[in-house]
Design a protein around this ligand. Structure first.
Ligand code: AMP
Ligand code: MG
Length: 408
């Protein structure tokens, strides 16, 4: 049996990023940029006022209080027509271009206006103004032809704004991988049905569809297949049209655990079967196709929590890398254990935990859990606690490693 690290390496060695596709700006959110993005303009395109007030010359502010003549008014969207010379000021609104001659803006709140017959005068009585006050210089944010976003960046709302600022109507993103999901088992019925005796509902299918979509990939739900060689072969062939095929069930040592042999019969090459891990030991992994167009196949164990743990440890990193984000940091940290925990067993264990994040201290409580078939206990979990192989007692306050689950 191979280790978790070795298994992950074997998976990641076979992962290629998906090809780029063009989408509209509105569709880019949640995807990864497939190319560097350059600015087509300077930002700001002119030196601009950051407040509503008066554009002045700092050299004029020699006394505690000075009165300057207001020569024009410039709104955002307008351009100044006059230069500011000694003794003058231009009334200016936030975002408007700074007139030539002016080298600072005084906030309106720090001024007083006096209207003459045909002229206006503004009194400035502040000593806080220096050259450049309340002005954003031309190109201070970025210059034309500068790379403002690099390939590999995740597009969030912030990046959508910046892409809009540089005029990207179309954005080249990494196509999200398509992940087919097939639940296997004679005992399974659709979740909309009431199970007869001996049957259970297919909960892994909807869970894996949801987790795939939350991981930023595109799920393709293939429903349920019976434990029958021909039916499995036909449904698996259908699934191999995608970037990843996730199978649930049929990879353990039971009489009807046919998945590995059917996968081999349709040409999928076995990379590994079984990992030193609890829960999740029966995991099967293989691949088919060339490096340019291949499908990765994960045979996940049927027990729901085993499938979930294998998804987190192996499928999620593969999806991330296919999305063009190979070095995404796993959300793991050491936190203090609350209560006692006794671990025994020859495999590293992932136990559901409830992490409580507080300013002073983050702690984790190991949850009561009936093992890999007990999904319900995990509704209270927000992390998996990692206990190394071996028999060992863990006491309160001890540091344990946790891996965060999707926080929603
Ligand atoms: P298997 O890996 O096929 O031996 O299944 C292991 C256990 O997981 C059995 O108790 C199955 O009934 C259960 N199981 C298998 N597939 C599913 C599924 N899609 N949803 C819920 N439980 C399942
Ligand atoms: Mg089965």
């Amino acid at each position: 049996m191979i280790s978790i690290d070795e298994a992950r390496r074997l998976v990641m060695d076979r992962v290629e990023p998906c090809p780029p596709v063009n989408v509209s700006l509105a569709e880019a959110v949640g995807h990864t940029l497939a190319e560097d993005v350059k600015a087509d303009i300077d930002s700001p395109p002119h030196a601009k006022a950051l407040v509503d007030g008066y554009a002045i010359r700092v050299a004029d502010l020699r006394q505690a209080s000075v009165e300057l003549q207001v020569i024009e008014e410039v709104m955002a969207g307008q351009v100044p027509t006059q230069s500011v010379v000694a003794g003058q000021a231009t009334r200016i609104m936030t975002g408007a271009p700074i007139p030539s001659g002016a080298d600072a803006v005084v906030m309106r709140e720090q001024t007083e206006l006096r209207r003459g017959q045909a002229v206006e005068w503004v009194t400035i009585s502040t000593n806080e103004i220096v050259r450049g006050s309340h002005i954003l210089e031309l190109g201070a944010s970025f210059r034309m032809d500068e790379i403002v976003l690099s390939a590999g960046t995740l597009v969030r709302g912030i990046e959508v704004g910046l892409l809009g600022e540089v005029g990207c109507a179309k954005v080249k993103i990494v196509r999200p991988p398509r992940v087919a999901i097939l639940a296997t088992g004679n005992e399974l019925v659709h979740h909309g049905q009431r199970p007869d005796s001996g049957q259970i509902r297919n909960s892994n299918g909807p869970m894996l569809v949801a987790m795939t979509s939350r991981a930023g990939a595109e799920p393709v739900d293939l429903g349920i297949a019976c434990d029958d060689h021909d039916e499995l072969a036909a449904r698996i062939r259908q699934g191999l049209d995608n970037d990843i095929l996730l199978l649930s069930g049929g990879v353990s040592a039971g009489q009807l655990d046919l998945v590995p042999e059917v996968l081999s019969s349709v040409g999928v090459q076995t990379v590994f079967h079984r990992v030193r891990l609890k829960p999740g030991k029966p995991l099967w992994f293989g691949a088919i196709g060339s490096s340019s167009k291949s499908t990765l196949v994960f045979g996940l164990p049927g027990n729901p929590v085993s499938g979930l743990v294998c998804f987190e440890l192996f499928v999620r990193p593969a999806i991330e890398a296919m999305r063009g984000r190979p070095n995404i940091s796993v959300m793991e940290s050491y936190v203090e254990l609350v209560g006692n925990f006794s671990h025994r067993g020859g495999r590293p264990t992932y136990h559901p935990g409830q992490m409580r994040v507080a300013v002073e201290k983050t702690t984790v409580l190991p949850l009561q859990w009936q093992g890999s078939a007990d999904l319900r206990a995990l509704t209270d979990a927000n992390c998996l606690i990692q206990f190394p192989a071996g028999e060992r007692f863990y006491g309160p306050g001890e540091l344990v490693k946790v891996r965060y689950l999707d926080a929603g």
